[in-house]
Design a protein around this ligand. Structure first.
Ligand SMILES: Cc1cc2nc3c(=O)[nH]c(=O)nc-3n(C[C@H](O)[C@H](O)[C@H](O)COP(=O)(O)O)c2cc1C
Length: 438
């Protein structure tokens, strides 16, 4: 049996070293991907791995080797420091590249929409986080469970080990031991109905000084003008501006590589009191480019907190599944980030069925999108007055745009039509580039 390790820790991390020693000691073949030193393009967010080259990413780099290795693994171990309840940027980049392993069509499972499998078998998964914050660990476990469902693992385990623990070596060994036991596994998470509302609700509703400026960080990897995140951001920005708050937009593409564009984007984000992160959901959490930007923002805040004007954070998430509740984990990541960085959490907004928008201005579909328009107008006016996001706006945006069964049926027709326009037949959509395990 081969164990595949997706290692999101920094080079030379003692947890990586011990994990490698242990797996080898058990006599397994090990495929170790040291992600922080691998050159890999981020996902571009356009579903080419479903609609153009079914089953494979178009970027020919280590991302493809990882997807292929996962197909033949007996166990996949994901190792990472716990960063705001999620994964390191290095691990998230690799995970975002895995959606070709699943099929675009939707069906319902435990009351929520999920993707069909592309293959018959998928490997079990062990998620190993390194961190000592109990609340962030709870987010990490739910995130891991969500990934295990989305990546169709037959079973999974999630463990967070405190680096300062005297027994960390034993804890790591016993996590690996448990993951190798075919009868062991954590329960797949099913969110409570009010889980989204709980995380979106602002901490304190007290009015602060009205922010004279705000920055909206568009976290989509898609090109400018093509993302749902941007369309939502523009409606929110119009409302903020109408109420007297100047708004600038910063695009995640600035963070594809380090350099002037990323530095300028960070300066802009740090130069206004209010930061709104408008992002899509990628594999249950924040996309790689957002995680990377937040890691860099945290570093800048560590260096010079007093010199920065940024003091409030808002989340505006959208996801592909029709149920807005899928966004809860990404919003929790942002809430942890706010708490760690001493930023006031001014609330979260979440939309399901985001592909229905795909860059089109919201007012082009005034009837279908009447509730999102109203929600964002309400939210912008409140933020500009120095208030937090009103509960009514959170509820309005989270309402489904259409019944989930209708959405699932329409999506199927859309995917087939979209693939055809790329010269891909219905049958080709099921293509399996990596053969089944024997
Ligand atoms: C790599 C990747 C992973 C995704 N994972 C999820 C997911 O876990 N759950 C979900 O509901 N949507 C998921 N989506 C769908 C996007 O959230 C959805 O298409 C969204 O509307 C895109 O917004 P944007 O146009 O702002 O990028 C994923 C999309 C991509 C590209």
């Amino acid at each position: 049996m081969e164990i595949v390790i997706l290692d999101g820790c920094a080079a030379g991390d003692p947890f990586s070293g011990l994990l490698l020693d242990l797996t080898r000691k058990h006599g397994f073949a090990v495929r170790h991907f040291a992600l922080s030193s691998l050159s890999m393009a981020p996902c571009t967010g356009d579903f080419d791995c479903w609609m153009r080259t079914p089953g494979s990413c178009r970027s020919r780099d280590a991302g493809q080797d990882i997807a292929c290795a996962m197909r033949h693994a007996g166990l996949v171990v994901l190792l990472t420091p716990v960063v705001s309840g999620g994964y390191s940027a290095a691990l998230k980049k690799a995970i975002d590249r895995l959606i070709g392993l699943i099929h675009p069509f939707f069906s319902e499972r435990d009351g929520l929409t999920r993707h069909h499998p592309r293959y018959q078998n998928y490997p079990p998964m062990l998620f190993l986080g390194v961190g000592d914050d109990v609340e962030a660990a709870a987010t990490f476990h739910e995130y891991a469970g969500g990934n295990a469902i989305n990546l169709i693992a037959p079973r999974y385990l999630s463990r967070v080990i405190a680096p300062a623990s005297a027994n960390w070596q034993d804890e790591l060994a016993s996590a690996l031991h448990a993951a190798l036991d075919i009868n062991a596994g954590d329960r797949f998470p099913v969110p409570l109905p009010d889980a989204l509302m709980q995380v979106c609700t602002p901490e304190q509703t007290a009015v602060s000084e009205p922010p004279e400026s705000a920055v909206i960080f568009i976290g989509s990897a898609r090109a400018k003008g093509c993302s749902t995140s941007e369309a939502l951001a523009l409606t929110l920005s119009a409302s903020l501006e109408a109420s007297g708050t100047r708004c600038s937009l910063v695009h995640a593409k600035a963070f594809i590589k380090p350099g002037d564009a990323a530095d300028q984007a960070l300066d802009t984000m740090l130069g206004a009191p209010l930061l709104i992160v408008a992002a899509p959901l990628y594999v249950d959490g924040l996309p790689y480019l957002v995680v990377s930007a937040l890691e860099q923002l945290a570093q800048r805040l560590d260096i010079d907190r007093a010199g920065q004007r940024l003091n409030q954070l808002v989340a505006l998430l959208n996801c592909g599944y029709p149920e807005a509740i899928h966004n809860r984990i990404a919003i929790r990541q942002l809430r942890h980030f706010a708490a760690q960085q001493g930023l006031a959490w001014r609330g979260g907004l979440a939309l399901g069925g985001g592909e229905l928008i795909h860059g089109r201005p919201l007012k082009k579909h005034r009837f279908l999108l009447r509730r999102p328009i109203r929600a964002l107008t309400l939210a912008g006016a409140a933020l500009a007055r120095g208030q937090a996001i009103p509960v009514a706006a959170i509820e309005l945006l989270a309402r489904p745009l259409m019944p989930a069964p209708v959405f699932r049926w329409m999506s199927r027709v859309y995917w087939i039509w979209k693939a055809r326009s790329n010269g891909i037949s219905r049958k080709d959509l099921d293509f399996k580039p990596h053969p089944e395990k024997l």
